[in-house]
Unconditional design. Structure first.
Length: 746
């Protein structure tokens, strides 16, 4: 923690500084001053937080003088030093928000912090070295997080060389005697990564190198006379029992994380032999250093942790969340004795106020086919991971499984937000606004408008990408073997990182049709939502049984109607393929377009924090009925495209702008270009707010859409033009929707 305060001239040492803080943390209680922070009665150098007797009575928080550093700065040089520290910390923490860039691993800011020697020549040296350990830990956590993201998104065979480089980096800069204890809490996480990727040799090496580094550290301390500094207290007696406990603690952590990370799909005899070898390596390495007369250890000597892994998975305690592997463990046979136990549990829960079992069972029944990939009759499920979840469904995952929660295909007299509130309450145990759980008062009719968020906005900034997706990528996704190569991942990551770092930062990011692999949606959406950017992207084909597939637009939008911010994920299916697309899918891959139950041309209107927009996917723009249906209801129409016929679509875009009288955001594959944002402006040179084409690199442009100005113009009672009008007259029969109307008009 860095505290930067104005110096009034009364602070000259650590004691005076702590008195300064203590004086400002006091409060008045029954005409008596109560000090939250005060010096210890027996040792004036130790300060502690004084909790009330009825609150945290067994807890004590102390601040030791040996862990405090005070710097008194003056003049412009002092301000320059503070600015330098601030910039360095901001640069380092910014990497936490970005997508991984594995080819620049050793050149990243986080890596440089770990590699750099603490010398007087470092930038911002004095103040940085005052808290170098915190910066090092932050740097290593960033590195780990980026590699864990890669492990989730890229097949293990696709980045072996880069992964070996990462392990070597860990051996050189983390698993060495002088730094091993600094990163002690992250060691199991590193081992967990290696095991989940089936890097058994590196997993063995991590264990061996870790304990070798500890041995080297112990030998060094023995030569210094068994004295050390623990938690800021000097001259601590480091006995052999202390080291035994440390070894035992680390062994517990290693074995625990290994069982949690074990890939549950490994069932072959070879895999079992490999894992047994790893387990014995653990035990042999540990037992050489201390005596482990412990049931925890002995249980792993013969059977190994691979037998415990499925039990951890079923309990939602493993590295991979239960919700991602429930199709393997969720089904119970009709003669399973656990069914009787579950029925008893449901009865107990039904009679308690712990959770609403009716809503839980309703959710499981409605979503069982999509979650378990089951068809036909409902099957018995293991409900324990839903009653006691460690990583419950998020709001966006609930909406993905049940689109009715945001009004998509909702039934008559239903209140979508009420359904979402109920499911979030029972699945997550989260607080939701109480009025959302009240009974229905006013009956409602199903609407094509989907409302997300309660805020109002007058303008938005949109980012239009120029991203290249090759024909080979289309061929792979068409045959259900999508391109998840490291090269393509880097390409998209660089674009996303550019958007995140851009100024001004956009409110919405639009990506072309078939540009985003389904497997990467989570990682990219997580990074964008972390900085408040909404995503509207065309995703690759989703495949079904009987050689059916569909193309979809994915919308990840921020919502606050539950009483706190959360994110909603919506999937909008492309109703029909383009003629040439359908021909190629059938001729070369034997694929057919999955039928859609809903109307053939009515598209939803999204009301996101007052910004009304619609989404169409490529050839859907040619449907004039679907276009005109948006008239008066939207501020902007987004068209996600993969189109070669630029002349035809250029005409369609220009026509749509006037037909609908709204901004049109057309985003196309960079291989063909002509992505643009067009306005129904009166002046011809103001109509294309941005238009991009060509180039060898992927990039994006940001455009500001003045929603209020457009609505004010459309709210006029008559279509009579003026010389000063910013927009072309609205088309005949135009009627602005009540939710968009602004009075007085302009």
């Amino acid at each position: 923690m860095f505290l930067v305060l104005h110096d009034g001239g009364k602070i000259n040492d650590t004691k005076s500084f702590m008195n300064f803080i203590s004086e400002r943390l006091k409060f008045r209680f029954r005409n008596t001053d109560k000090f939250v922070l005060k010096a210890d009665e027996n040792n004036a150098e130790i300060w502690s937080i004084d909790f009330p007797k009825y609150y945290f009575k067994d807890t004590k928080i102390q601040f030791q003088s040996t862990k405090q550093k005070l710097f008194i700065l003056e003049g412009e040089a002092g301000f320059d030093l503070i600015d330098s520290i601030e910039q360095e910390m901001h640069k380092l923490s910014s990497e936490h928000r970005l997508m991984p860039s594995i080819d620049q691993f050793e050149k990243s800011t986080a890596a440089k912090v770990l590699i750099a020697a603490e010398s007087s020549s470092e930038s911002a040296d004095t103040l940085r070295r005052a808290d170098g350990l915190s910066l090092h830990r932050l740097s290593w956590s960033i590195q780990l997080r980026q590699v864990e993201t890669l492990a989730r998104d890229i097949p293990a065979s696709g980045w072996q060389k880069e992964r070996k480089g990462f392990y070597q980096f860990a051996y050189d800069h983390i698993l060495c005697s002088e730094k091993i204890l600094n990163h002690y809490t992250y060691l199991p996480r590193l081992l967990s990564l290696a095991i989940s990727l089936k890097d058994w040799d590196d997993a063995n090496k991590i264990v061996t190198v870790t304990f070798d580094a500890l041995d080297e550290l112990i030998e060094h301390l023995k030569s210094e006379g068994h004295k050390g500094v623990i938690n800021g207290i000097e001259n601590c007696e480091l006995t052999s029992n202390v080291w035994d406990e440390l070894y035992k603690s680390l062994a517990h952590s290693f074995i625990d994380c290994a069982a949690k990370a074990y890939p549950t799909e490994l069932k072959s005899e070879y895999a079992n032999i490999t894992v047994k070898k790893l387990a014995h390596t653990f035990m042999e390495t540990l037992l050489q250093r201390f005596s482990a007369n412990d049931e925890f250890f002995s249980s792993y000597l013969d059977n190994g942790f691979y037998e415990i892994a499925p039990k951890l998975q079923k309990s939602d305690l493993a590295k991979t969340p239960y919700k991602l592997v429930q199709n393997i463990f969720g089904h119970l046979d009709s003669n399973d004795e656990n069914i009787t136990t579950q029925k008893e549990l449901i009865k107990i829960l039904y009679g308690s106020n712990f959770l609403n079992t009716v809503h839980l069972i309703k959710f499981l029944a409605k979503t069982q086919k999509s979650r378990l990939n089951k068809r036909g009759k409902l099957v018995y499920e293991n409900i324990l991971p839903y009653v006691f979840p460690t990583r419950p469904y998020t709001s966006s995952e609930i909406v993905h499984l049940l689109p009715e929660c945001i009004g998509k295909n909702a039934k008559k007299n239903s209140i979508p937000m009420r359904s979402l509130a109920r499911y979030i309450s029972v699945l997550r145990g989260s607080w939701v606004s109480p009025n959302l759980l009240e009974p229905i008062i006013n009956k409602t009719k199903p609407s094509s408008k989907i409302k997300i968020g309660m805020k109002k906005t007058d303008s938005v900034i949109v980012a239009v990408t120029s991203l290249s997706t090759k024909e080979s990528c289309w061929e792979k996704t068409a045959c259900d073997n999508p391109d998840h190569s490291l090269k393509r991942y880097k390409q998209i990551c660089e674009l996303i990182n550019g958007v995140i770092s851009s100024k001004p930062r956009p409110d919405y990011l639009f990506m072309p049709e078939l540009s985003l692999p389904l497997k990467w949606v989570d990682s990219i959406a997580d990074r964008l939502t972390a900085v408040g950017i909404n995503l509207i992207a065309g995703t690759e084909y989703r495949h079904f049984k009987n050689d059916n597939l569909v193309s979809e637009a994915c919308l990840v939008l921020k919502d606050d109607r539950l009483g706190y911010p959360h994110w909603t994920r919506i999937w909008q299916q492309k109703l029909e393929p383009a003629p040439s697309e359908e021909e190629n899918l059938t001729k070369f891959f034997g694929k057919s377009w999955a039928p859609q139950k809903s109307s053939k041309w009515v598209k939803p209107v999204y009301d996101h924090n007052g910004f009304h927009f619609g989404v169409m996917v490529c050839s859907e723009l040619q449907n004039s009925k679907a276009r005109v249906a948006f008239q008066g209801n939207i501020d902007a129409l987004a068209v996600l495209s993969w189109n070669k016929d630029l002349e035809t679509f250029s005409t369609l875009v220009e026509s749509a702008v006037l037909d609908i009288h709204a901004y049109t955001i057309f985003v196309n594959n960079r291989n063909y270009g002509d992505s643009r944002v067009r306005s129904p402006a009166k002046q011809s040179f103001l109509r294309d707010l941005a238009r991009i084409k060509g180039g060898e690199n992927d990039f994006f442009v940001t455009v500001k859409l003045d929603i209020k100005k457009l609505r004010e113009f459309q709210s006029r009672a008559k279509r009579w033009p003026k010389d000063s009008d910013p927009f072309k007259p609205v088309p005949e029969g135009f009627k602005i929707s009540a939710s968009r109307k602004i009075l007085p008009p302009r």
